[in-house]
Design a protein around this ligand. Structure first.
Ligand code: GDP
Ligand code: MG
Length: 180
């Protein structure tokens, strides 16, 4: 509603998940779809954010995407800053790394739920690296269980091919709108 006329609303979105799952690559792919995936991207340290205008079915939205370091020792102290005024969270795992999927329930969901505004946040589960289907370690039944348990929707993406990357961010924004 607020997206019609005037300035597009600013939506803060937080990326969560283990180091190496592809959070930085997904944001890079969204903000610059023509940039080829750089295999030398170093693990993110600390906080960074990117801003991207998105033309969604719900109107124009300015997405401010916060990218986190996967390392727990950094994330723990920074989490209150990540979540302040956030509208949505994208929880990312790597479909070729079962440990990164288990980390979501063992670590990231717990940290998220510790936070006061957790109930108000829109959440989306993303299984990245769908281009590496032959190395898949995380089966779809497990993912469905997770989605049912936490009431979350799910998409598989590839930051490498670009598959479903824009769709994932748009889906999260649609969930934000549904909840408003
Ligand atoms: P982050 O630590 O979660 O930010 O992960 P990065 O974005 O730094 O990615 C970690 C590694 O995975 C890098 O070598 C990326 O090039 C690679 N990567 C990220 N996304 C994909 C993907 O969709 N497919 C493939 N094949 N590799 C990817
Ligand atoms: Mg990173």
């Amino acid at each position: 509603t607020s997206a019609s006329g005037g300035k597009p609303p600013l939506y803060k979105i937080v990326m969560l998940g283990d180091s190496g799952v592809g959070k930085t690559s997904l944001v890079a792919r969204l903000t610059n779809p023509d940039r080829p995936l750089n295999h030398d991207i170093s693990a993110t340290m600390g906080i960074e954010f990117d801003t991207q205008m998105l033309d969604t079915p719900q109107g124009k939205v300015k997405a401010q995407i916060w990218d986190t370091a996967g390392q727990e020792r950094f994330a723990r102290v920074l989490l209150p800053t990540y979540f302040r005024k956030a509208k949505g969270v994208i929880l990312v795992f790597d479909i070729t790394n079962v440990k990164s999927f288990e980390s979501l329930s063992e670590r990231w969901m717990a940290q998220l739920n510790d936070h006061a505004s957790a109930d108000d946040l829109a959440k989306l589960l993303v299984g990245n690296k769908s281009d590496l289907e032959s190395s898949r370690e995380v089966n779809k039944e497990k993912v469905e269980q997770f989605c049912q348990e936490y009431g979350m929707e799910f998409l598989e993406t590839s930051a490498k091919s670009g598959e479903n990357v824009l769709q994932a961010f748009e889906k999260l924004i649609a969930i934000v709108h549904d909840r408003a």
